[in-house]
Design a protein around this ligand. Structure first.
Ligand SMILES: *[C@@H]1O[C@H](CO)[C@@H](O)[C@H](O)[C@H]1NC(C)=O
Ligand SMILES: *[C@@H]1O[C@H](CO)[C@@H](O)[C@H](O)[C@H]1NC(C)=O
Ligand SMILES: *[C@@H]1O[C@H](CO)[C@@H](O)[C@H](O)[C@H]1NC(C)=O
Length: 325
């Protein structure tokens, strides 16, 4: 009798074992339920964490993840308690349970004390027109995690193009609020956030085109907005979306276009890539300078500001384009 129970028990164990082996991973995370904020940067095998085609994040028990909260006075929180470290390894235990050093808990209890800090770095490469190619992302202890690259013309303070990878898994995004844009150190004394204030835009247009001309071009609905080049929604995890909010990833874009046709194009591209089923490299660029008629009907190029020699800086592009490879 006893041995029969034992055999049944053994069989049950084997069945459970088979059932477990059938599952693709020992740990499984859902984007909407298991990732919290402020979200750390997560790396697996040196790359940013990406879900499988079903949108699930699966791990084997032997898998380790690098958890990082880069930046000054940033550190990892475990159950709201500081670990004192800005980079640690997390190990899959089971389901949504992970181990970090001697702490064991839910994956969603791994957070940063505050948003990780992202930055630009000279790649030492040159791009179109012998301009500097910057990488933008997170500077970890031994590695720079590049989320996109920007070809930047520092004479006129304009980004010629940005490249990023668009992944078909980006069907769902980790939700969260839009942060402020970061100025970084590429724009010298120019305060980009000031230039975009509608009052400032009106002053500028009146200066260039003549008194009260801003009334013709600007309204509550139509003004120059911070047009994302690599779109926020092309990035899956919060820490990656955040990094898209750098002024090097923007160009002045009319609001009605930004929220209209351009947004529709971005959305259509994401759907296409999901269908395609493989990642593509997207170049998003700007070309030429938009002109507007002044009081006497002469066409004047529009820049949001000018330098000490009265040369325009931060041009309003005539064209925005995307090239996908
Ligand atoms: C951590 O803090 C958040 C927000 O204050 C709270 O909702 C959560 O329950 C806390 N978690 C733990 C494990 O104490
Ligand atoms: C892991 O998840 C499975 C499926 O949801 C569940 O049956 C099992 O009890 C969980 N294991 C642990 C240790 O929580
Ligand atoms: C501009 O508008 C203001 C206020 O409506 C008006 O007083 C002023 O005369 C206008 N200036 C010109 C040059 O039209």
């Amino acid at each position: 009798m006893c041995s029969r129970v034992y055999i049944v028990y053994l069989l049950l164990l084997i069945i459970i074992q088979i059932a477990i082996d059938d599952v693709d991973g020992d740990c499984s995370l859902s984007l909407l339920e298991d990732f919290s904020q402020p979200s750390p940067v997560f790396l697996k095998d040196g790359r940013t964490l990406a879900p499988n085609s079903d949108g699930a994040f699966l791990f084997r028990r032997s898998d380790t993840l690098l958890v990082a909260c880069p930046g000054d006075r940033r550190h990892i929180l475990l159950d709201n308690k500081t670990s004192g470290y800005s980079e640690l390894e997390a190990h899959c235990i089971i389901n949504d349970t992970f181990r970090v050093e001697r702490w064991i808990g839910k994956f969603k209890s791994i957070k940063c004390n505050t948003q990780p800090w992202f930055t630009t770095e000279d790649t030492q490469d040159r791009c179109y027109g012998n301009h500097i190619l910057y990488r933008v992302g997170y500077k970890l202890r031994n590695k720079f995690i590049t989320l996109y690259q920007a070809c930047f013309d520092d004479a006129v303070m304009a980004t010629l193009y940005v490249t990023h990878e668009l992944n078909p898994a980006n069907k769902h995004l980790q939700p969260g609020q839009r942060p402020n844009f970061v100025e970084g150190n590429l724009f010298g004394k120019v305060r980009m956030s000031e230039l975009y204030k509608v009052k400032k835009q009106a002053e500028r247009l009146n200066n260039v085109l003549g008194a009260n001309m801003s009334n013709i071009y600007l309204s509550k609905k139509q003004f120059l907005s911070r047009g994302h080049l690599a779109p926020r929604a092309d990035f899956l995890l919060r820490a990656e979306q955040q990094a898209s909010f750098h002024y090097v990833n923007t160009a002045p874009q009319w609001m009605l276009g930004n929220a209209g046709d351009w947004a529709a194009l971005e959305e259509a591209l994401r759907r296409r890539i999901q269908k395609l089923g493989r990642p593509v490299t997207v170049y998003t660029g700007t070309h030429k300078v938009m002109t507007l008629a002044d009081t006497r009907g002469r066409m004047k190029p529009i820049y949001l500001d000018e330098d000490v020699n009265n040369n325009g800086v931060v041009p309003v592009p005539l064209y925005f384009y995307k090239v996908n490879i």
